[in-house]
Structure formats: structure tokens, C-alpha cells
Write a protein that binds this ligand. Sequence first.
Ligand code: WT7
Length: 656
Amino acid sequence: MSSQIDHLLDEDRRFAPDPAFAANAVAKPELYERAKADREGFWAEQSRELLDWSTPFTQVLDWSNPPFAKWFADGALNVAYNCLDRHVEAGHGDRVALYFEGEPGDSRAVTYAELTDEVKRLANVLTEMGVGEGDRVALYLPMIPEAVASMLAVARIGAVHSVVFGGFSADSLRSRIDDAGAKLVITADGGWRKGKVSPLKPAVDQALEDRGGLGPQATVEKVLVVRRGDNEVDWIEGRDVWYHDVVPQASAEHEAQAFPAESPLFILYTSGTTGKPKGILHTSGGYLTQAAFTHRNVFDLHPENDVYWCTADIGWITGHSYVVYGPLANGATQVLYEGTPEFPEPGRWWDVIEKYKVTIFYTAPTAIRGFMKQGRQIPQARDLSSLRLLGSVGEPINPEAWMWYREVIGAGKTPVVDTWWQTETGAIMVSALPGITETKPGSAQVPLPGIAVDVVDEKGEPVGQGGGGLLVITEPWPSMLRGIWGDPDRFVETYWKMFQDKGYYFAGDGARLDEDGDIWLLGRVDDVMNVSGHRLSTAEIESALVAHDATAEAAVVGASDETTGQAVVAFVILKESFLREHSAEGLANDLRAWVGAQIGPIARPRDVYIVGELPKTRSGKIMRRLLRDVAEGREVGDTTTLADTAVMSVISAQVR
Ligand code: WT7
């Protein structure tokens, strides 16, 4: 792996904070000074201020056994109480927590009092179903209020949720249920997507099918099913339970019990460089502290006035930290939208902003680029004047998209914050603070107060201002992952081995420091792609391709794509036995569909090239760098380390 990352970009536009915005901003410059003087003391203060601890902590960070951190370890709290009951007790029960907007146009406002009531009933139901402290519950749900309630109800009883994105296939769901050893699955008949009900329960049924005594059917006892789409569903008596048959009938009395700060809160699976997804483990007190702190300060949240909208699905970390835990801990009012931006026609998102007078909007560069393509007349036909802050997350945002976002969506005046973080970091790590930082289009800019990062070379030496290298986190942070579920060695190996002697966390991203020391992200340096802001591993898609009968070998690369950032491009060698009986024609489409079914539509390759050979080093490692050149239509780079230097011209010819 090389840390030599060139930059070709010169961006000198600057946007100073508007004085009126700054005067009323939540974040004050003193935060940086305070955190610099005493990092741990700073986080302790934030935690005490933002959260309600049933047993106050006296310890802050325990780093005696790195990289296994403990934050606020002798304290105890209930995460759901912090997101719900305490706001009701403070007299905000009538405040809207969720403005739910269904894709078909149905809508529902859920107040803090109502959401608290629902979560208490559901907590009683889960307990009744035998779910207790530390048990894992898999969630496979659309973006509906019951999904938020389910996460909070699981948290409330000290159990651990594992949300699986509703766009993942039955196979992906099965391996995640299996790995976590889930006892219960909460799902729905389906959810609305592009004008149709996209089924969910059938995938759960398929995932739980008996496979000869192996697999998750050994652990899953019950399936709780929300009715959303009026879909016909198969029913297994004794296992399946309708949500509406048990939750409204359950008692709304439920006293939240406090759990130790380091109690596991959730597992969330993310792609790594091998085919097996990693179960990223987050715990309670530190995670909630940083989720709440960043949500309040980065988004300048004034909970009594703002209407906040984060478009992420709860199946991703952004949905965990900035739809559920951060906003609800801060008592925010937010929009929850079920469907796609294009239904019933392009502009639906802008209709939602107009309808609810959204003030703070958080989305991904891939969406912004999609809107740029459709043209500015679509947002300009709506009243977006309520917006006062825009955020971006998921991948580097190119300066042109940043400028379009600010000008067309933000009327040329809203601050834009580009937030860098990961599933593993749990919460935002690098971002401008609105009202304080002078922003630069395309740069994620500065570590937040209390966060220490650097850009280093392969030996861990700082590259300094003007240099490019690898992004590392040099000090532990409250919402850091606590491990990989069931695999402590892989945790150490993946994130800490590279800079072991320095004790740095390696994020897997390339970055550059400009002359002011501001950070510019340059994308992943490992074999992980970023498609529409979601990390996908090349290895996982290759495994899916090879699982098809026709495939002998496959290599997958991420090629730059105007809309999705990167697109999946696959190079496939077919089996001779297959070629004897079939033609290769039409197979590319079959393989695309196959990957979509195996992993989910997001992983479906944009292009599948049938080739005769793959470029390999003498040790047999596929040189994806060369395939990326072909996929992006470039001159093929240095081939001297190939075992067979002629192979690339053959592949290029086949692709053409
Ligand atoms: C990877 C993490 C964080 C929630 C969504 C993705 C890339 C994320 C940015 C940004 C440049 C970014 C990185 C990172 N990334 N935000 N603002 N600028 N790159 O979570 O699936 O865990 O992916 O997304 O490459 O490592 P994730």
C-alpha cells in the first residue's frame, strides 16, 4: 500500500461565518481551548451536561488495556430514558419527535410523549418474549416510526440491536443474524419504495429456513412483524407475532433500569477487506455522549425551533447516530421519510423540506450529484427558505457539488458542513463548526474539539502541512468502536496493527493537509469501495460472483462514477465447462442480477466484463489498480510486477 497520494486540485474559495449566525451559534470557540487544555475533562463535562446519568461516573477514560477502551466505566445510565422520558419529564412531551412522511403520502406526527409510550409498551413485549440484558435482536425494517421505537425499546431493556439494512438480501441477513446469534427478529411485511411495497418478511423467512440444524434457526425464537404494506405474508404459528396484536395491548408502565456505561448498545455490520462483514460493536455512555455532542454542535441544534432532517436509512451508522441517538438525546424535532427521492417524481425531497419547513438538512454527496444532474429548476420550484444549515457525509464531496449545494439548496448563504467519520468512529470526528470555522468547498477541515487526528506516512511520521498520507486517530475518543463482535484479533489486526508502536487507529482513508492544516479526504486506500456513500468490500462482491455456477474467478474494482462516487465494475472469468454448454452472451446481465440478489441492489455491478485472464503478481495477488485503469478508460499503469506482462493488453482488448 502506498501513501503517495497526489492532489491536483486547487481550491481557494472561502466562506467566513455570517456574524448573525455566529452570534446565535451553539458552538463557541472556547470549546477548542477547553478540549485542548484537558481532553478527558472536556468529555466528562460534555457527558454530564448532555446526558442524565443514574449513577454518575467518577472515571473518564480507562486506556489501561489498549486498544480496548472504557469510557465513564463506573457510571450507569439508560440510553432510551435519555432519548425519551427525560424530555417528557422536562415538560416537552408535546414536542414532535418525528414527522413521519410515508412514501405514498401518508403522514403522522409522533410526539415525545407518544414515542415514549410506544417504546415502553414494546419494551414490555420484548421482555415478555424472553429478551433480556445482553441478548441480540436483529432489526430488518423500513424507515417508519416503529423502526426507531424498536431500536430504543431494545436499548431500554439492555439488549443489543443489530439493524440490517432493508436493501440487503436474505443471505446477507442470515449471515448477520448468525454472527450475532440473534434471539428475536423485528421486521415488517414490507416498506414502500418507488411506488411499490418492497417485501421484507419473505427475506426473513428465507434467512431463517432450516439448513439441517446449522444456522440462525438455532438462535431465533420469535419474529415480530409490523404491518406496513398490507402484503400477504407466510406465517409460522408459534414463531411469528404481529406487532399490532401485542404492542397496543401491552402495559405502558415501564421503569427504565440503568445499565453500566460500557454495556453493548448495538452491533452494526460493515464491509472489510475480506469477504466476511465485520460486526462493529458500540457501547452506551461514550457513544451517546459523542453522538449528542456532535449533533448539537455540528448542526447548531436549537431544539425548540429547528426541524432537522437526516436522509440516511437506520440501516447505516448515520441513521443510528443522526436519526436515532443524537437527535433524540438532544430533544430534536425531525423528519423521518420512508421512500426514495424520486417518488412520485423528482423533487419529492424538496417537497418534504417545504412541507415541514426543515431548517437543518443532512445528506450524502451521491444524492447531491444526482440532483445536480436533474437540474436546479426542480429545487428552485420549491420554497426552501426555511433551510439554515446543510451537512454532507459518506464520501468526499467535490467542490462543485459543495458549491451547488450551498448555492441552489442553501440560497448561497447557509453554512455547509462536510462531516468525516465512519461506522467505527460512531460519531463525527472531522468537520467545520458552523459559526466558527471559515469553510472551504471540498474540505472536511478540522478535528472536532476533543478529537485528535493526524496525517502520517507509512512509518507513522506526520506529513505536515501541504503533505499527503494516511489519516490516523491518535487518541481514544468516547464513541469509538469497542471491538468486532466475536473477533478481538481481527479488531486489533484491522485498525491498530499498522501503527502499533504509536498506538494510532488507522482509518483506511488517504488524506492531505493543506497550507492551513485543513484536512482533505482522498478516499479509501484499501480494497474497499465507496458506492453512494456506502462502503462495499471488493472481496464480498467477488465471493458472490464466484458463488455463481458459471464463474471461475472474479475481480471487482471501484471505478469513479459521476453520480455514485464509485461504481462496482467486475471482471469475470467463466468456467470452461460452462462455456462448452452455453454462450457468454447475456451472462453479464445475469451476473449483475445475481449479485443484486446475493448481497443487495447496492452491490450490483454497473459493468461486468467477461475476460480470459486477470492481472496477477507473482505471488498471485490480483492487481486491482490495473483493472481500475481499464474500468476508468485510462492508459494502463505500471505492469512490471505482473507475472505475465502481456495480460493487460489482452484484457483491454476484450473490454473494448
Ligand atoms: C468511510 C466510512 C460516516 C457515515 C457514512 C459512511 C468515507 C465518510 C466522509 C467525508 C470523505 C468520507 C470514508 C470513511 N467518508 N464521510 N465527509 N469525506 N470521505 O460510513 O460506511 O463506515 O464509511 O466513508 O472513506 O472511511 P461507513
